[in-house]
Design a protein around this ligand. Structure first.
Ligand SMILES: [Zn+2]
Ligand SMILES: [Zn+2]
Length: 301
């Protein structure tokens, strides 16, 4: 796909390890302006004159800053200065904006989704993912989030549609509409995908908030509370609820404050959240409300 320069070097020859090193050194954004969307660029010599991909002579630049360099509006010396002292590392984050329209965006978290809900996820009254109304008529709805990793550290936030990747992360990568954050090699903390202007997909999430563990993938949304029980939900659709998922110390509520909760699962998936708690007696009625005994319902095997 990419063409070779006079030395036979291709941009696609840059290895994933080299890319990650460049991202980590840059703080996951353009070293000049901090924008999270960009590319791996040769500074000096420039790509056409480079015999090899030397990470020490490369950096991460956004399209706009890279364009200024190629048009001669910004010097290579200045880029090298920013490479030594990248803007994302100074600010603590790289950033970009989500394109959100004037209809309430739909948040998908794993197999579940929430639309027209003020709080998609709230933990002990602390908002994790929420939506503010437009500031003016016809203005965009405003996404907000504070996403953490398994140790409870904030790794990614959204402030009125501006998203920020914290530079303390081990790695973060933006490819097309997908943002991925890792805690270490093969340790995925968060994967988000956007489908503007209406949908945001949390494809993978593994975080800890106030001692509660929230895990989501394509199949399940799983919460293990600080007190030690687990609730697993699939295919619930929330519309117009004040809070889609409310997690408190001793209870988890799905779809509170009005609105509707519907189920759109396929065979093999459950309409009601599955409750797994070692303290529940196996012969009592299941707390999920199915009417069956726990051992034949949520507590089966
Ligand atoms: Zn830039
Ligand atoms: Zn049950």
């Amino acid at each position: 796909m990419s063409s070779a320069n006079k030395f036979g070097l291709r941009r696609s020859d840059l290895t994933s390890d080299q890319k990650r090193t460049i991202r980590q050194q840059a703080g996951f954004g353009c070293v000049v302006c901090g924008n999270a969307i960009g590319d791996y660029e040769h500074i000096a010599p420039e790509f056409s004159q480079a015999a090899e991909h030397d990470v020490g002579k490369m950096t991460f630049l956004c399209v706009q800053c890279h364009g200024k360099v190629t048009r001669g509006q910004f010097s290579k010396e200045s880029v090298l200065t920013f490479k030594e002292n990248p803007t994302p590392l100074k600010e603590g984050f790289s950033f970009e904006a989500f394109d959100v329209g004037s209809t309430s965006p739909k948040i998908h978290f794993g197999p579940m989704s929430a639309v027209n809900c003020k709080w998609a996820i709230r933990v002990n009254q602390r908002p994790v993912f929420w939506i503010n109304e437009p500031e003016g008529v016809g203005g965009p709805f405003r996404l907000n989030a504070e996403m953490r990793n398994v140790t409870g550290k904030v790794i990614f936030s959204i402030i009125d549609n501006e998203w920020r990747i914290r530079t303390e992360n081990w790695d973060a990568e933006v490819i097309g509409p997908r943002i991925s954050i890792r805690n270490g090699p093969r340790q995925i903390a968060l994967v988000l995908r956007t489908a503007p202007p209406t949908d945001l997909f949390i494809e993978h999430m593994d975080m800890s908030v106030e001692g509660h563990r929230l895990l989501c993938d394509g199949k399940n949304f799983t919460v293990t509370t600080a007190s030690g029980y687990t609730v697993q939900a699939q295919n619930l659709k929330f519309d117009g609820c004040q809070v889609a998922v409310e997690i408190a110390d001793e209870a988890i509520a799905f779809g509170s404050g009005g609105g509707s909760v519907s189920f759109s699962g396929t065979t093999g998936t459950r309409a009601s959240p599955r409750i797994i708690d070692p303290k529940i007696q196996r012969n009592v009625r299941c707390p999920c409300g199915s009417g069956r005994r726990y051992k034949h319902c949520c507590g089966a095997f």
